[in-house]
Design a binder for this molecule. Structure first.
Ligand SMILES: [Zn+2]
Length: 127
């Protein structure tokens, strides 16, 4: 195992490899981890999962909040044209807007999310 002395280790905060003798220049307090270690890979997957749920929650939450505002604006627009229709469909209009932009937020999250540690956690890594 002569390669182990030159193998680079990973800083989980910036997802970059560094020489084991050095510290991460940006995060000198963060211990460097061996990305070939199964425990470390498991931890990296867990970190990516957590980041993914946080990102989805954030995008969905922003979408829902914007959709709620949009739904209320749409309700008052409809009300200015037809108060009877606006009253009958009040919930549908407001929550329709909320649901539509919540869904849009989740689509954006799906398109934009990139796992940070995929270079080390994907299954073909060891081949
Ligand atoms: Zn770092």
């Amino acid at each position: 195992m002569s390669e182990s002395s030159t193998k680079q280790l990973l800083c989980v905060l910036c997802a970059k490899l560094h020489n084991p003798a050095d510290f991460c220049p940006v995060h000198p307090d963060e211990p460097l981890l061996d990305p070939d270690d199964d425990d470390v890979r498991f931890e990296l997957m867990a970190l990516d999962d957590k980041a993914k749920s946080r990102f989805y929650m954030w995008c969905g939450g922003v979408g829902a909040a914007l959709g709620f505002v949009l739904g209320i604006v749409a309700y008052y627009l409809v009300k200015s044209q037809s108060p009877v229709v606006a009253e009958a469909l009040r919930m549908e209009i407001v929550f329709g807007g909320l649901a539509a932009l919540l869904a849009l937020g989740l689509v954006v999250a799906k398109l934009r999310y990139r796992p940070k540690f995929t270079e080390w956690t994907r299954d073909d890594h060891s081949i």
